[in-house]
Design a protein around this ligand. Structure first.
Ligand code: ADP
Ligand code: GLC
Length: 484
């Protein structure tokens, strides 16, 4: 058995703000069939502490980057879970990264350096009865784990490290002044270390020190070598190219399956697609939409620049003029949220907007809407198009990152061959999005073609089977190298 410590700042179903939680929650089961036991380490936020009940303390820190902390042992479903309980850092109301107004906590450097420090300790033999072969750190919040590990005293029990980039736009950049509190040797403050543009970069440090780097789709793995996508880290990614790979995310069939989904009013398979009508009626009722002949689009997304939500907001009149409707669920930038609310007021019965985060409604939208719009400027993998494919909710998306890798565009050749699963467009501009909306409306008007798009999507295999095997092979390759 290969023992892996997976470290993440969120994990479904305990704490989720985005796709990272879904992936961290699904990985243990994904790699289990391939000889990997995965333990997950997460911060002890209030929601996690509340879900734990009486967890067993495994280790106590009198001073972990200036605070008292302990490591608690629990379970995530049937898999092992470790919780870094540090009340001074994690017991506060608000979200995992900021207060209830979305303002980042000013001590995020200490919170996530502490997470990394604890991860590195565990991965270098802190507990005499646990051994980890691999430390797998997700995103900047966990990336310091790899850095601390690389500066830890060499011991035979030290794990190899993998850093996965779920989104290179979030880098964990802090002022130079925090370096003195990180407990790293002075020489670590260098280009060959944690220094990043005159400050400290957590993701940079992880990418520089990791034994392997992955990201969540092959296309994004290529894109982040370029300045438009690498956001300052393209040079580092390019020099470490031989250890970078792209492994596309899967979806958890226990949670996302229209045949068994209890959040749907009516469940269905590709043979009973007509049942979706009942869910559509529920969406219409919930979003105050009048019935109509054109397609019902949905958006389930963070309302942000990354997701192209500013450009889409400018095309809503086009969408309505084409005879379509929209039900949007999301939260994000206040100014953009206001634009969507205003569009709903302008087009009563045609555009319905729910500002908020609601897991249950997100399932109903996938099971009731006809098409899901994903006009992202960049998208490392994207999960909502995968849920859309599985639910017969046809994705309409920009050709970038994981969207390009998982959707087959309905061009004429693909439609004729019966292999198309969605609509892809190039470039996130108003004109391109408008064209894609019109193309979708036209395809929806051809019921046989539309059914074929839905059925092909539902047939596609986005289970964790293949990607679970790829992560396992990566871990086992690193282990073999370490033992050689
Ligand atoms: P990202 O992680 O960049 O936000 P992904 O597509 O990878 O994008 O994952 C987003 C996840 O968050 C999906 O599971 C999606 O269903 C969910 N989600 C996004 N916004 C909402 C919302 N307002 N309510 C419920 N779920 C949401
Ligand atoms: C990030 C990315 C998203 C990806 C998710 C899970 O949030 O923005 O594209 O699907 O991580 O890997």
């Amino acid at each position: 058995m290969t023992e892996v410590l997976s470290v993440a700042s969120e994990v479904f179903p305990l704490v989720k703000t985005g796709g990272l939680a879904d992936v961290a929650g699904a990985l243990p089961a994904a790699v289990a069939p391939h000889g990997v036991t995965m333990t997950t380490l997460v911060p002890g936020y209030p929601a996690i502490r509340a879900a734990l009940g009486d967890a067993r303390p495994l280790h106590r820190y009198d001073n972990l980057l200036g605070v008292e902390a302990q490591l608690l042992e629990s379970r995530l479903g049937s898999f092992p879970l470790l919780v870094l309980d540090a009340p001074a850092l994690f017991q506060r109301s608000g979200g995992p990264y900021g207060d209830s107004h979305g303002v980042d906590w000013t001590d995020n450097w200490r919170r996530f350096a502490a997470l990394g420090r604890a991860a590195a300790d565990l991965a270098s033999g802190l507990l005499s009865d646990r051994h980890y072969d691999i430390l797998h750190a997700h995103d900047w919040q966990a990336a310091m784990g790899a850095a601390y590990l690389s500066y830890a005293p060499l011991s035979a029990r030290r794990a190899a490290s993998v850093v996965t980039v779920h989104n290179i736009a979030f880098q964990g950049r802090f002022d130079r002044a925090i370096f003195d509190f990180l407990g790293l040797p002075p020489h670590a403050y260098a280009v060959e270390g944690v220094e990043y543009y005159g400050g400290v970069g957590f993701l940079k440090a992880g990418l520089y020190t990791a034994d392997a780097i992955t990201t969540v789709s092959p296309t994004y793995a290529r894109e982040i070598r370029m300045p438009e996508f690498g956001m300052g880290l393209q040079g580092l990614i390019a020099t470490r190219q031989d250890i970078v790979s792209g492994i596309v995310n899967g979806i958890d069939p226990a949670i996302w399956n229209p045949q068994t989904d209890t959040d749907l009013v009516k469940r269905y398979t590709s043979a009973t697609l007509a049942n979706r009508k009942t869910n559509k009626t529920a969406v219409e009722a919930g979003f105050n939409l009048s019935p109509g002949d054109g397609p019902l689009f949905t958006v389930v997304s963070r309302i942000t620049w990354q997701k192209g939500m500013d450009v889409l907001a400018g095309q809503l009149d086009v969408l309505v003029a084409a005879g379509a409707r929209l039900a949007l669920l999301g939260t994000g930038e206040a100014a953009l949220e206001a634009q969507y609310r205003a569009a709903a007021a302008r087009h009563p019965g045609r555009i319905g907007v729910a500002i908020g985060y609601n897991e249950k409604i997100s399932h109903l939208l996938q099971g009731g809407a006809d098409a899901i719009l994903i006009p992202s400027r960049f998208e490392p993998c994207g999960l909502t198009q995968l849920y859309g494919l599985a639910y017969g909710c046809v994705p309409v998306a920009s050709r970038t990152g994981g969207l390009a890798d998982t959707i087959v565009d309905a061009n004429e050749a693909a439609v004729t061959a019966g292999v198309a699963t969605g609509i892809l467009f190039d470039g996130v501009t108003g004109e391109r999005i408008g064209d894609a909306i019109n193309r979708t409306v036209a395809l929806y008007g051809q019921p046989a073609v539309w059914r074929s798009l839905q059925r092909q999507g539902m047939k596609a295999d986005f289970s964790w089977q293949r990607s679970g095997a790829r992560y396992a092979a990566l871990y086992q390759g690193l282990l073999a190298r370490a033992q050689a």
